[in-house]
Write a protein that binds this ligand. Structure first.
Ligand code: DP6
Length: 326
C-alpha cells in the first residue's frame, strides 16, 4: 500500500532580511524578517510513502538529489515518520518553475512543499503553524512560504523549537509587484546556511547588522500596513545593503553581487529619478528583485530587461500560502 500527497508552495522574497542564527541546532533566526509570497514562482512536490521501497528517493527537477540536498530532505521525512509512527520509506518528486539554488529562494518553497506533502501523505491533519515550525528547522525562510501575502518570521529565543512564521497581511491587502532581474542561471558558491555562520564568526559588522534589523523590521511592517511603498522600499533597501555589508566583511568575504547586479541597481536608481517608485533587494545571490506598484511593473521590467548583463526578467505578484492538491 502507498500513501501519496502533492503540495504547492510559492517562493518568497524578504522585504526585511534574515541573516544569522540565534540557535544553530534548532535553526532559529537571530533577526526577525518580513517577506512577500510570490506568484507564480512555485515548487510542486509529491511525496509517496511506499512499504515496498528499501530507501528514500529524492528527485529534484527530474534528477536524483545527492549530498546535502538529499540529507536535508530525508531529515524532514524522518521527522514526519516519527510523528506518524510510520517506518515506510518515501519517494519525493519536486520541481520548481524558476532557477534552483541561485538566490531565488528555491529552498524556501522547496522545504515548505516537502513538509506539507509528506505530512499529508503520512495521514496527518493540516496544521499551518506546525508546518511553518518544521519548515523553519529545515530552512528558516521556508517557514514564511507556508503563508500567503506578507509574512513575518520573528527572531527566535534559543530553545524555542515551536517558532513559526505568521501572516502580517493577506495577498489581497496590497497589489504590488516584484520584478526579478535574472543575473545568472548557475548555482551560488556559498549557501546561506554556511554563509551566515561565516558572517557570525568573522564579520566585524555582524553585531551592527543584528542591532539595526529590529528598527528596519518595524518600518517594513508599518509601511505594509499603510501601503506606503516609499517607507517599505527605503527600509528594504537599507536592510538589504546592511546585510550585504555584513556578508562582504566576512573572512573570506562573501560577495554575492555581480556586474549585472550593479547594473540593475543603477537602472532602479535611474527609474526613481524619472519618477517611478521602485526599490531593490538582493539575497545570497546576484539577482535584483525590484519592488514597485502594479501599474509600473511593465516599465520597470522593460528597463531591467534592457539593462546590460541582465539575462531576463520575471514579474511576480502577492501569492497564496501552501496548497494541497487533492
Ligand atoms: C539572504 O532560509 O536559506 O535569502 O535557514 O540556513 O536555510 P537557512 O537559510 P535561508 O536564508 C535566507 C537568507 C536570505 C534572506 C531572507 O530570505 O530573509
Amino acid at each position: 500500500m502507498s500513501q501519496q500527497a502533492t503540495a504547492i508552495a510559492r517562493a518568497n522574497i524578504a522585504l526585511a532580511k534574515y541573516w544569522g542564527k540565534s540557535d544553530v541546532g534548532l535553526n532559529l533566526p537571530a533577526v526577525s524578517s518580513i517577506s512577500l509570497t510570490l506568484e507564480p514562482m512555485r515548487t510542486e512536490t509529491t511525496v509517496t510513502f511506499d512499504a515496498k521501497l528499501a530507501s528514500d528517493e529524492v528527485i529534484l527537477n527530474g534528477k536524483p538529489a545527492e549530498g546535502k540536498a538529499k540529507s536535508r530532505a530525508i531529515k524532514v521525512l524522518d521527522q514526519v515518520r516519527a510523528l506518524a509512527e510510520s517506518g515506510h520509506k518515501a519517494r519525493v518528486e519536486s520541481a520548481n518553475n524558476f532557477p534552483t539554488a541561485s538566490g531565488l529562494a528555491s529552498s524556501a518553497s522547496g522545504f515548505a512543499a516537502l513538509v506539507a506533502a509528506s505530512w499529508t501523505a503520512a495521514g496527518l491533519k493540516r496544521d499551518d503553524v506546525r508546518w511553518s515550525a518544521m519548515s523553519r528547522q529545515a530552512s528558516a525562510s521556508a517557514a514564511r512560504s507556508i503563508y500567503g501575502g506578507f509574512v513575518e518570521l520573528p527572531k527566535g529565543v534559543p530553545g524555542d523549537a515551536a517558532l513559526a512564521a505568521r501572516e502580517v497581511a493577506p495577498p489581497s491587502h496590497w497589489d504590488v509587484r516584484i520584478v526579478v532581474a535574472v543575473a545568472n542561471e548557475g548555482a551560488k558558491d556559498v549557501g546561506s546556511t554556511e554563509g551566515m555562520t561565516l558572517s557570525e564568526q568573522t564579520s566585524p559588522y555582524y553585531r551592527a547588522w543584528v542591532e539595526c534589523s529590529d528598527a528596519l523590521v518595524e518600518e517594513v511592517r508599518a509601511g505594509i500596513m499603510a501601503r506606503d511603498l516609499t517607507k517599505v522600499g527605503e527600509a528594504m533597501e537599507q536592510s538589504t545593503l546592511a546585510m550585504h555589508a555584513c556578508m562582504m566583511a566576512s573572512r573570506p568575504g562573501l560577495i554575492y553581487l555581480q556586474p549585472a547586479t550593479l547594473a540593475a541597481l543603477a537602472t532602479v536608481k535611474r527609474l526613481r529619478k524619472e519618477g517611478i517608485e521602485v526599490y531593490a533587494t538582493m539575497d545570497a545571490g546576484p539577482h535584483v528583485k525590484a519592488l514597485c506598484h502594479a501599474e509600473d511593473a511593465e516599465r520597470v521590467a522593460a528597463a531591467l530587461a534592457d539593462t546590460q548583463l541582465v539575462l531576463r526578467t520575471l514579474v511576480a505578484h502577492p501569492g497564496e500560502g501552501l496548497e494541497i492538491r487533492t
